[in-house]
Design a protein around this ligand. Structure first.
Ligand SMILES: *Cc1c(COP(=O)(O)O)cnc(C)c1O
Length: 376
């Protein structure tokens, strides 16, 4: 293979060297169990507190509102199941959207089997939820609204402030999956009226298997894992200290650099989009401009199946992702692209390229050249 070009940052990122540097001592020297009382444990306990504070600062929450999890999926599961189980005396209705990550959708499907009622809101052709649709869907049985902050496939950034305001007015608990938003979009949980927010460290250059759930003080929620007193007895188990430290450093770096880095990525993103749209029969999936994640490109081709395109790109060293997913052995078109109203064929013939910290303009030029030659 001539070269290696990674354009799948929405799937996961590498860990930044500064992050690894902060994690290292907690894998070697400082191994003490934070729940113990001797001096080496005070060091690890202090590191956890500091990381919790960094995460709270990044989303303008309080330190005691941040709970560590094993990633985005766990945070989503906990938020949704925990809230509906703790509030089922108030109703059994949950509102979400058709374009959520499977960590939210499959949790809702499971709750449906248990007797909860779910409304899956449609989205418009760019992936936006209409606030009017949400307003109409809320009933006196609604206990939870779960709407993602930014979409992992098409990059749509929802009007979270408006959604939060409506939920507060209707006294419905509001959860948002912000896994793709943290580090890319400014977040203020108080101003945006967010009650619960999920994040995952490996989407912003931190370690994998690490995430957090913000739970606003006063929100009724069931505990996730019963056992020891870790995470204020809500999520028991000895902490992943190095992971927590790494996540704290990663979120700090991501928010410090956010303004400059989003500007840089937006320019590269738009160059890639403009170049790809020159290929006859292509269309952009998702919005353009400020309401699209700075690193997200999603394009449909005419008559070039996404999976074949992907394999050919792979042979040229390019790592990307397609608009279909292998489920139960069959290639299924993406539920997100279908929700936009794309015909099945068109949805299958799509390509997601997500760029990030390591992406250069030279890489954009290379990828454009390769794809244009393949598709023409
Ligand atoms: C990656 C992702 C998740 C899952 O996070 P994990 O840490 O892999 O469990 C959930 N939601 C969105 C939007 C994601 O992009």
């Amino acid at each position: 293979m001539e070269r290696e070009v990674y354009m799948d940052y929405a799937a996961t990122t590498y860990i930044k060297p500064e992050v690894i540097k902060e994690m290292n001592p907690y894998l070697t020297e400082y191994f003490g169990n934070p729940s113990s009382i001797y001096h080496i444990s005070r060091k690890t306990k202090g590191a956890i507190d500091a990381a919790r504070q960094r995460i709270a600062t990044a989303i303008k929450a309080r330190r005691d509102e941040i709970f560590f999890t094993s990633g985005g999926s766990e945070a989503d599961n906990w938020a949704i199941k925990g809230v509906v189980f703790a509030n089922k005396d108030r109703g059994n209705h949950i509102i979400t959207t058709k374009i959520e990550h499977h960590a939210v959708l499959h949790t809702c499907e499971y709750l449906e089997e248990l007797g909860f009622e779910i409304t899956y809101l449609p989205v418009d052709e760019f992936g936006f939820v209409k606030i009017e649709d949400l307003k109409k869907a809320i009933t006196d049985k609604t206990i939870l609204v779960s709407i993602m902050f930014a979409n992992n496939e098409i990059g749509t950034i929802q009007s979270i402030m408006e959604i939060g305001e409506l939920c507060r007015e209707k006294r419905v608990i509001f959860h948002t999956d912000a896994v793709q938003a943290v580090g890319n979009v400014p977040i203020d949980v108080t101003a945006m009226n967010i009650d619960l927010l999920s994040m995952a460290s490996h989407k912003f250059y931190g370690p994998k298997g690490m995430g957090a759930l913000y739970i606003k003080k006063g929100i009724k929620i069931h505990n996730l894992i019963h056992g020891g007193a870790q995470e204020r007895a809500r999520r028991a188990g000895t902490e992943n200290i190095a992971g927590i430290v790494g996540m704290g450093k990663a979120v700090e770096l991501a928010t410090e650099n956010m303004e400059n880095e989003s500007k840089r990525l937006t320019i590269l993103r738009d160059k890639l989009i403009q170049g790809l749209l020159k290929i006859p029969g292509t269309r952009l999936n998702g919005p353009s401009g400020e309401k699209r994640l700075p690193g997200n490109v999603n394009i449909s081709f005419e008559g070039a199946a996404g999976d074949i395109l992907l394999m050919r790109l792979d042979s040229m060293g390019i790592c990307a992702s397609s608009g279909s997913a292998c489920s139960a052995g069959a290639l299924e078109p993406s539920h997100v692209l279908i929700a936009l109203g794309l015909p099945e064929e068109r949805a299958k013939n799509s390509l997601r390229l997500t760029i990030g910290s390591g992406t250069t303009e030279e890489e954009i030029d290379y990828v454009l050249k390769v794809i244009t030659e393949m598709a023409m």
